[in-house]
Design a protein around this ligand. Structure first.
Ligand code: 2P0
Length: 364
């Protein structure tokens, strides 16, 4: 039988007295959804398919040392940006326990985890996408190094994406570079609710080097957790139509991304961003995650596009920051635009220049 979901494997345990000590480190990026995942059913199954650009510069870098656990049960020490972080320690322990039937060796080990992000966390930039995908990479890397059950790179990445999804839905997409779909779509043979699926072969060159400048309006903590946000969709009166719309939008967006049609790309991705926020505004309790400066920036981007005819557009994550999307050839013009018209709406450090990225990297 091919090695595949649900990946439960009681054999993945170290022989007693032969529990290894070692170290591994990975860098894994965040991603920005173009068709949004918002709404899920157990266990981590999306209500609709989503598609994203994997980013290059916004990533988590995580080094993990492992050694035999003294008490014969999972132990975790988590240092975030140099300091012990009880919140991440608990989150990681919960995640590792939740995948203990996939990786039965986790409770034989003590993990000392040192992680950092290149971007402000909990600000609606998908820090769970980079943070959870990097942990999934580490677990699968341990399996790769010590058990030989994963045959090749494709096998490895598919399992990483499956496991990352269990930690955080959007993390399933960060496992691959370029343009990635998560969620089953009739339009995309190979797509699955269980793991991400890269679609780079069919994408027009203009989108392969797209830029994403993340305009930081506010780097405060999120007002609503993704988990709470997703569950609010269960009672949102517009949810059914929203999920159907996402399927239609994905089909139309992929068509535009195959042909290099930036106009359709802009129309669909901007509508997706506003729809995501409309879903939050029409949930009970309702949330308003945009700030006045979010709207100022959106209006400026639309006006700039009208004035210049350049294909510069916006999308949003579940927060107030604006992701400005544009072809790489416009880099200098967009820098000028930011300096001239947007900088006064931004909070330090202002903005992060990012672009479509290559995906995770082993760094040790
Ligand atoms: C997305 N977001 O597609 C959407 C758009 C935010 C807005 O996926 O509960 O952290 O961990 O599966 O992945 C954020 O939700 O949620 C998210 P969980 P996740 O990127």
């Amino acid at each position: 039988m091919p090695y595949g979901p649900p990946y439960k494997n009681p054999a993945l345990r170290f022989p007693q007295g032969n529990i290894p000590t070692g170290k591994t480190a990975w860098r894994s990026p965040s991603n920005i959804a173009l068709i949004k995942y918002w709404g899920k059913k157990p266990v981590q199954i999306p209500r609709n398919p989503s598609i994203s650009f994997t980013l290059q510069n916004a990533y988590s870098e995580t080094e993990v040392s492992y050694l035999p656990a003294r008490g014969g049960r999972l132990e975790i020490e988590f240092y975030f940006e140099g300091e012990r972080n009880p919140k991440f320690e608990e989150k990681t322990a919960k995640f590792f326990e939740s995948v203990a039937d996939i990786f039965p060796f986790v409770d034989q080990l003590k993990f000392v985890i040192r992680s950092r992000n290149t971007f402000p966390h909990s600000a609606g930039i998908a820090s769970s996408a980079s943070g959870m995908s990097v942990l999934a990479l580490v677990l699968c890397d341990l399996e790769w190094m010590h058990f030989g059950t994963l045959q090749n790179r494709d096998d490895f990445l598919r399992k990483v994406s499956y496991v990352a999804r269990l930690g955080s839905g959007s993390a399933s997409r960060s496992v691959y570079g370029g343009v990635v779909v998560w969620g089953e779509s009739k339009e995309i043979p190979g797509s699955s609710d269980l793991y991400g699926f890269p679609v780079n072969g069919e994408i027009h060159d203009i989108f392969k080097t797209y830029k994403d400048t993340i305009l930081l309006v506010d780097d405060g903590e999120k007002k609503v957790s993704s988990r709470a946000g997703h569950s609010l969709m269960e009672s949102n009166p517009f949810a059914g139509e929203r999920f159907r719309q996402a399927h239609r939008n994905l089909a139309a967006l992929l068509k535009a991304m195959r042909s290099g049609d930036t106009e359709t790309f802009i129309r669909i991705t901007e509508s997706e961003a506003l729809t995501l926020h409309a879903m939050m505004m029409t949930s009970l309790p309702y949330y308003l995650l945009m700030k006045p400066n979010t709207l100022q920036i959106i209006e400026k981007i639309i006006a700039y596009r009208k004035k210049t005819g350049l294909p510069v557009s916006f999308t949003l994550d579940a927060g107030p920051n604006v992701h400005m999307l544009y072809p790489s050839a416009l880099k200098e013009k967009v820098r000028q635009f930011i300096q001239n018209e947007l900088i006064s709406f931004l909070n330090p450090p202002g903005f992060i220049e990012d672009e479509v990225g290559k995906g995770p990297e082993k760094i040790l």
